[in-house]
Write a protein that binds this ligand. Structure first.
Ligand SMILES: Nc1nc2c(ncn2[C@@H]2O[C@H](COP(=O)(O)OP(=O)(O)OP(=O)(O)O)[C@@H](O)[C@H]2O)c(=O)[nH]1
Ligand SMILES: [Mg+2]
Length: 320
């Protein structure tokens, strides 16, 4: 599809910092003539520093076949392994009409911005998209979502600040049925996974959704800020335990060298990444495709055998 090459080069650009801190170090390491134990030790250090975490680092190192002696071969091997790790979790998404996606995460990770981007994407695909302003807690959160709604061309259901988020969600569910929406995106207030009462509020929202639309929410998406690195794993565990996270969206990849943490988190927790965000603009979001992500990390325009930024890579285009 026409958007793929452009989107891919956008992703390559967004991952620049991670690539510099991680894969450029690996390619530097590979200027050694042979893969001796010293080189492997250095590789281990690079992977750990890049926030892949111990289990995933070990997994990668332990699977390097002894037959590999050429540095270039190692790079190909690592790229394939990273693709495999990222592809491992099951990725099935139930159909729904409207398709209801509940968006969760700790404060400031990019939930509202991501909803704006997702809405824009859906509308560009010809969908009818409704947004639910269920962050009634933070001042100006409702207005912020309304601004994103305007930018994207999506309608917004909102109540007053301080209102009951579950009541907003109820109204939005009814409206999305009545107005025959294709996609309902529910914005929620940022909350720390350690705050019990706020986490209970999420459960209540979840109950309202499932009672009003059978099979919904079709997706419960946890937003992670890539700058948090591997420390975000605890958020995934806690939110998953409570709400059953079906997918992750990793934002702010453009501002961090810690993009490698995504590999560690997926490797360890086996929850698929659905989208990645790499900028504040409405188009700075790509559906997550493991081969495209691995290729973007390892892409070397001047190096033969590596996909360049202009190589069309099939980015996944599943809904929403
Ligand atoms: N560079 C960059 N900034 C981002 C990205 N996504 C979001 N942001 C910025 O992160 C900040 C917080 O974004 P919000 O969308 O308000 O985050 P939130 O999770 O809704 O925040 P709360 O509702 O307060 O919990 C804003 O300044 C966004 O512009 C991204 O992919 N890249
Ligand atoms: Mg928000």
């Amino acid at each position: 599809m026409a958007e793929h090459p452009a989107l891919f080069s956008h992703l390559v650009a967004g991952l620049r910092k991670t690539r510099e801190a991680f894969f450029d170090r690996i390619t530097h390491l590979l200027t050694r003539p042979r893969l001796d134990p010293d080189a492997l030790e250095e590789l281990e250090e690079i992977l750990i520093t890049a926030d892949l975490g111990m289990p995933t680092t070990r997994q990668l190192l332990d699977t390097i076949p002894p037959s590999i002696s050429e540095p270039e071969e190692l790079l190909h091997f690592l790229r394939d392994q990273v693709t495999d790790i990222l592809s491992a979790p099951e990725q099935s998404i139930p159909e729904g009409h409207p398709h209801v996606a509940l968006i969760l995460g700790v404060n400031g990770v990019g939930k509202t911005t991501t909803i704006g981007k997702l809405a824009f994407r859906g509308i560009r695909q010809g969908k009818r998209v409704l947004l639910a302003a269920a962050d009634t807690f933070r001042a100006a959160a409702i207005e912020q979502l309304q601004i994103w709604g305007q930018r994207a061309g999506a309608e917004v259901v909102a109540h007053q600040e301080g209102g009951d988020p579950a009541a907003v969600v109820f109204d939005a569910l009814q409206a999305s049925l009545a107005r025959e929406m294709d996609l309902l995106l529910i914005d929620t207030a940022g909350r720390l996974h350690t705050k019990k009462n706020l986490m209970e509020e999420l459960k209540k929202i979840g109950r309202v959704v499932s009672r009003n639309i059978p099979g919904a929410p079709h997706e419960t998406l946890l937003i992670l800020d890539a700058t948090t690195g591997l420390n975000a794993a605890v958020q995934v565990r806690e939110f998953h335990q409570l709400m059953g996270i079906t997918g992750l969206i990793v934002t702010k990849l453009d501002g961090t060298a810690k993009g490698g943490s995504l590999i560690g988190i997926v490797g360890e927790l086996q929850i698929p990444v659905r989208y990645v965000g790499f900028g504040e603009g409405i188009e700075d979001l790509a559906p997550f495709s493991p081969p495209a992500f691995a290729a973007a990390l390892f892409s070397r325009e001047t190096r033969p055998g590596f996909p360049s930024a202009s190589t069309p890579i099939d980015l996944d285009t599943r809904d929403p």
